[in-house]
Write a protein of this length. Structure first.
Lengths: 45, 224
């Protein structure tokens, strides 16, 4: 059986994890929360 | 009438044979890159290079502490850089998935680091090339992660001491170094034919876009 390339598995995990983080992380930044909060306030008013 | 028809048929047959020979010659004499790799690689590379250029312009306009060139100011250069960055973020997952699954042989191998002991031999260059290709993917990911944490308002407001900004600058330096080594390795390992193979339009029948769906399915089935 072919041995698994551990270095490549680590690199893939870092790259795919990094891409996912890059996609979702701005959603949790404080300024986004502020924007959402101000949007909610303006909608309520 | 029959003579001219048979002549035309003979000519068609001759053309067919020469076309097959040409295809075989193309495959034997020149390096061949899969069509999907060519599309994903070239699109990503073009957008990444535009992002690298615009990021330098952003640095030059709003920072310039280490280097400042007398370049003209471009309106909304941050927005332009952000657009290229976001386009790259949308394209990059496809290139990454392709590279780690179908393009594995172009990336770091289990024995790549041990082969680095054979300095100057062809295997040394190939191993270095594969390591740099892998580093390119990691550097691009680092640039995307740090870039996504940046706020467009920081630099115009003179806020040039944010940690994420410094990290994004580090990503730029790493990416430019990796890109330079990547290009040098391509020239060293395959020369002009390898560079040209990335820009060819022809593809072999087994590389047809009609088969991509089946290939993607087989990847998911294999992983299940």
């Amino acid at each position: 059986m072919k041995s698994k390339n551990i270095i490549l598995v680590i690199a893939e995990t870092l790259v795919i994890g990094g891409i996912l983080f890059a996609f979702i992380s701005p959603l949790f930044s404080p300024s986004e929360e502020n924007n959402t909060q101000s949007l909610n306030n303006s909608l309520l008013n | 009438m029959f003579d001219s028809l048979s002549l035309v048929l003979c000519e068609i047959e001759r053309l067919k044979r020469s076309l097959i020979n040409l295809k075989i010659m193309t495959r034997r004499d020149r390096p061949y890159q899969p069509l999907l790799l060519r599309i994903l690689h070239n699109l990503s590379a073009a957008i990444a290079i535009l992002a690298i250029i615009t990021s330098f312009l952003v640095y030059n306009t709003y920072d310039g502490r280490l280097v400042k060139l007398p370049l003209p100011k471009i309106n909304d250069i941050i927005g332009l850089h952000g657009t290229f960055g976001l386009t790259f973020l949308l394209l990059f997952p496809a290139l990454a998935i392709y590279s780690f699954h179908w393009g594995q042989k172009r990336l770091v191998q289990a024995d790549s680091f041990s082969k680095l002991g054979q300095v100057g031999k062809p295997i040394w260059w190939y191993s270095l090339h594969r390591i740099v290709n892998t580093l390119m993917l990691l550097a691009a990911t680092w640039a995307l992660i740090t870039g996504r944490q940046m706020k467009e308002e920081w630099l115009p407001a003179g806020e040039i001491n944010h940690s994420w900004y410094y990290l994004h600058l580090s990503a730029w330096v790493i990416l430019v170094i990796c890109l330079a080594i990547h290009l040098l390795m391509i020239i060293k390992v395959g020369g002009t034919p390898l560079i040209l193979s990335m820009f060819e339009w022809q593809y072999v029948p087994e590389d047809s876009p009609l088969l991509w769906r089946a290939k993607i399915r087989s990847l998911f089935n294999r992983e299940r």
